[in-house]
Design a protein around this ligand. Structure first.
Ligand SMILES: [Zn+2]
Length: 312
């Protein structure tokens, strides 16, 4: 982590909140309708940062405001991920400039983490450089349902698994089931034991609102088990949670524990006829009160689990 990233993440929570607010206005797979609230006045974090992941030769995190993307530099070209350019084309040109500072290799791929526009809009400058776009097949279906001129359609699709081999680097693209969307890919670097996973494994942060675009929280929990079974040590997230650090398997276990605790409390409340309004007011999970967005989103997390308890 460089000092830019640490400084930037001092107020990451606030940035994240405004970022997520944008997503809150988003219909499944669709474009946000609202303008995000202004970023906090002070202290102002650097607009962007590029950080080489410690202990690796070629793995980088590009952060622009409250979004993050991974890129991997190989002897035969660069594998980039989410363009993170929604309503800020300068984020994409900056991303490309930052890659060019590190290598003269061409950018061969752009891999989409999932179909939400706050992560994947703005990819045209990558396309103009000849990059091939890759996404899960359900992401393409979402993008066809909610087309945007600002989102490049994927050229290649992943179903269960695809491995990209480029210049001596292997990058696995893995589908672990439905969670925060129906098309989230886990990108795994087997040699480095690093994964890049976006939005469905928040670090020490409760789940976003009432889990919009989630068909069933049980499927989300099942997908987390699949990620836990993979071999990795460090996770690059799509937002700088918890001070901007990388995630660990313990963070994933903690999130799975949160889901279990939330689910148990809601089941109890449902049995007492308290779903939904009373449960939203009464349920507290003090073990997690230090987590990001706890006060703001816990009642909405309860709301979503009440729907599930009520058979929806
Ligand atoms: Zn998302």
């Amino acid at each position: 982590m460089n000092s830019n990233l640490s400084k930037a993440t001092a107020i990451a929570g606030a940035i994240l909140a405004s970022t997520l607010y944008v997503n809150a206005q988003t219909p499944p797979g669709g474009a946000p309708a609202a303008t995000p609230p202004a970023a906090p006045a002070a202290p102002t974090p650097p607009l962007f940062s590029t950080t080489k992941v410690e202990g690796t030769d070629n793995v980088y995190i590009f952060r622009y405001q409250g979004h993050q993307s991974m890129f991997v530099v190989t002897k035969a070209g660069v594998i980039a991920t989410d363009p993170i350019g929604l309503r800020r084309p300068q984020a994409v040109t900056t991303y490309i400039d930052e890659i060019k500072k590190v290598t003269s290799q061409p950018i061969k791929y752009v891999i989409y983490s999932h179909s939400h526009y706050d992560h994947i809009a703005g990819g045209k400058p990558f396309k103009d450089l000849g990059a091939k776009f890759v996404a899960h097949k359900n992401a393409k279906a979402q993008l066809q349902r909610f087309p945007s001129p600002d989102v490049i359609m994927p050229d290649e699709l992943v179903d269960g698994k695809k491995t990209i081999n480029l210049g001596g680097t292997s990058l696995e693209l893995l589908y672990v089931g439905k969670n925060h969307s129906d098309n989230s890919l886990v990108m795994r670097l087997p040699k480095e034991k690093i994964i890049f996973a976006v939005d469905f494994i928040p670090i020490q942060t409760v789940l976003f609102r009432n889990m919009p675009d989630t068909t069933n929280p049980l499927e989300w929990q099942a997908s987390l088990k699949r990620v836990a079974a993979l071999e990795w040590d460090r996770m690059i997230p799509g937002h700088p949670y918890a001070g901007g650090r990388l995630g660990t398997k313990q963070d994933l276990a903690d999130l799975m524990g949160y889901f279990d605790d939330l689910s148990a409390e809601v089941k109890k409340a449902a049995a007492e006829g308290k779903c939904t309004d009373t449960a939203m007011k009464e349920i507290k999970l003090p073990k997690y009160e230090k987590w990001g967005n706890y006060a703001q989103f816990l009642p909405m997390n309860v709301e979503r689990m009440c729907y599930l308890a009520n058979g929806n």
